[in-house]
Design a binder for this molecule. Structure first.
Ligand SMILES: [Zn+2]
Length: 209
């Protein structure tokens, strides 16, 4: 599974809101609105794996309240989206415009309208990706798979995985292999093991202890 390969950085010292007022022109008195940015407080970064930290980050982002505080708290937990050229700050308005696109897609999936969801994805997503080649575990077969470059791309791909087969991924309690759950997979969140073999192994371990 490729989504679990993606790592992202979040500032250890947190983020802050910065309002920048455009320069006033002499003699013109207009009500100038400030531009709002969310900026990281320092360059002390730590990386994390969004897939391990939170399963439904894409749903969370699409459901954010459009307030500076809610956006700041999301960014503080998971980092900036990776939009734009400057790595250390992002414009609030731009974050909100992506949030609205993601929300539109989320609403279609929520209503099980996968055709419209796919349309929105194709029109709006354009995820920024790279590729990696990896050996399929236990087999002498290699596979190429996409890996997101930014948090926003990771969010888009998480939706793509849901659209293509209603899949979510879970890690086996015994062998750490990931396996799909959700629609058309025969598994739900309650499924704890990748296979009957692992299920038996866990059962034997429980009996021993
Ligand atoms: Zn297993």
């Amino acid at each position: 599974m490729y989504l679990d390969r993606f790592e992202w950085a979040v500032c250890e010292d947190g983020y802050e809101i910065e309002e920048i007022f455009p320069a006033r022109k002499v003699g013109i008195s207009t009500n100038l609105k400030p531009q709002i940015f969310i900026r990281q407080k320092s360059n002390k970064m730590k990386t994390y794996c969004p897939y391990q930290k939170i399963k439904n980050i894409h749903w969370k982002f699409g459901g954010l309240n459009e307030t500076k505080q809610d956006v700041l708290s999301f960014i503080s937990d998971y980092g900036l989206l990776g939009i734009g050229n400057i790595k250390t700050c992002e414009a609030y308005d731009e974050i909100i415009s992506y949030k609205r696109l993601v929300e539109k897609l989320r609403n279609k999936i929520n209503k099980d309208d996968l055709e419209q969801a796919a349309k929105i994805f194709n029109l709006s997503a354009g995820p920024n990706l790279t590729t990696q080649i990896d050996k399929i575990s236990g087999k002498a077969i290699f596979q190429i798979y996409p890996v997101p470059r930014t948090l926003l791309s990771y969010i888009w791909l998480s939706f793509a995985a849901e659209i293509t087969d209603g899949r979510e991924w879970q890690k086996c309690f015994v062998c750490d292999e990931t396996y799909p759950i959700g629609k058309h997979t025969g598994g739900t969140v309650r499924k704890k093991y990748c296979s009957d073999a692992c299920k038996m192994k866990a059962y034997r371990q429980r009996k021993k202890s």
